[in-house]
Design a protein around this ligand. Structure first.
Ligand code: F3S
Length: 409
């Protein structure tokens, strides 16, 4: 309770509010280290228990297949202790940043204390729930006391737009949305951008699948769930954006527009994604590692990958990271088998940013995630290529990168 109250005092909260769920980051032993592990074990030993449903963010490894990832037994043992400590406190070992894909979808207006930035962004922006970007200990403390301090994005006034962003270029796929998110995040920091997509989809969205990936909302503007996930994840990485609005798409955009009409907000114009792609691409040709699934892959994306890999064989190490729930559905449909027969791996519970990939000998990675591309040089000591899912699969098959239209300028 002291942690929750102290955060409230720092941010000027007047009261506490009950929360319906928590999502706790800081699960990977890579990020926690021994000090973090001991802290969690101490709380568990003292009898701390969560009062509301609480979920874990990805860990540093697939909890079952860590040997196949090349994780050392020493790391695995410490990682298992982290998960045990959190489980003893009642936190579910969901180990995903996309809990909303596996049944944990907070409702509009629901107060929650989530901490992984892309999950917070999706919950706030797409689902209309209310969460600040909690730190791992803050989210855990909120789960234990069942409430959080009422400040920031829990308050309606903090959810109004701070910037208007007019996007004049067309957005074709999740890589374009990621590049856009990277650029907007770098400009608005922790603001609340209101995006107007003035040339959305000159063509049908790429890679529509039989397994869903439906637009998040419909009023004629088709934006796939994966595109919203890519956009929010990138804005949360290059900036600290925890809420965005898209005209005609996200649930609070109407109210946000009323504010726009009344105030003179800073206006940003995006007419070229080339600079964003350039910033997220190292000049590499050879690729030895391809990682998809940041945020954790949807069923639709796993289907897309399986269809591209059917009957083929990858040359580079190829990972798709996803939640255990989505992996299980993909396995039932035969897509995991297709990907793994081609030499790839579908791992759960983890991702390339929180796994100790810097110890695995990779040097050059390809990804379709602007967030992963943003973090790769610092978190994983990897040079990287960033592009579409199709480019990444092609890179896995050939071991080389073929520039796409946006990079070619
Ligand atoms: Fe999720 Fe890991 Fe990316 S936690 S958003 S897959 S960095």
């Amino acid at each position: 309770m002291r942690i929750v109250v102290a955060l409230g005092e720092i941010y000027g909260a007047r009261n506490l509010i009950p929360i319906r769920s928590a999502q706790v980051s800081g699960v990977s032993y890579k990020n926690l280290g021994d000090a973090g592990l001991e802290f969690l074990e101490e709380w568990a030993a003292e009898g701390a228990r969560v009062r509301v449903p609480a979920l874990m963010n990805p860990a540093g490894m697939d909890l079952e297949r860590w040997r196949e990832m090349g994780i050392s037994p020493e790391f695995a043992a410490k990682q298992e202790r982290v998960v045990v400590a959190l489980t003893r406190m009642g936190v579910t070992a969901s180990c995903t940043c996309t809990p909303y894909l596996v049944g944990h979808r907070p409702g509009a207006g629901e107060h929650i204390a989530w901490s992984e930035s892309s999950a917070v962004s999706y919950a706030n922006s797409v689902l209309g729930a209310r969460s600040n970007r909690e730190g791992g200990p803050g989210a855990l403390a909120a789960a234990i006391v069942g409430c959080t301090a009422a400040y920031g994005l829990h308050l309606s006034a903090s959810r109004w737009a701070t910037h208007r962003v007019d996007v004049l270029c067309s957005l074709r796929d999740e890589a374009d949305f990621g590049a856009l998110g990277y650029w907007v995040g770098s400009q608005v920091a922790d603001g609340v951008p209101y995006l107007r997509l003035l040339h959305r989809h000159a063509q049908e969205p790429a890679g529509r699948t039989s397994s869903g990936s439906l637009p998040s909302k419909t009023d004629g503007c088709t934006i796939r769930q994966e595109e919203l996930m890519a956009l929010g994840a990138a804005m949360g990485a290059s900036g600290a954006v925890a809420l965005y609005h898209i005209e005609g798409v996200t649930p609070e955009a109407e109210e946000a527009r009323a504010v726009l009409d009344e105030t003179r907000l800073p206006r940003l114009v995006v007419d070229d994604l080339g600079p964003a792609f350039a910033a997220l691409n190292s000049p590499l040709e050879r690729i030895d590692f391809v990682s998809l699934g940041c945020p954790h892959s949807t069923l639709g994306d796993i289907e897309r990958v399986a269809k591209l890999l059917m009957g083929k064989r990858v040359r580079a190490t190829f990972w798709v990271t996803t939640s255990r729930g989505v992996a299980s559905l993909a396995r039932e449909r035969g897509w995991v088998e297709v990907i793994e027969s081609a030499g790839g791996r579908v791992f759960s519970d983890t991702c390339l940013v929180v796994a100790p990939v810097e110890e695995m000998g990779f040097t050059a990675m390809a990804t379709n995630s602007a967030k992963a591309a943003f973090y790769a040089p610092t978190h994983s000591r990897l040079q990287r290529r960033f592009g579409t899912l199709e480019q990444c699969v092609e890179a896995a098959l050939s071991g080389t990168w073929s520039p796409g239209a946006a990079e070619a300028g």
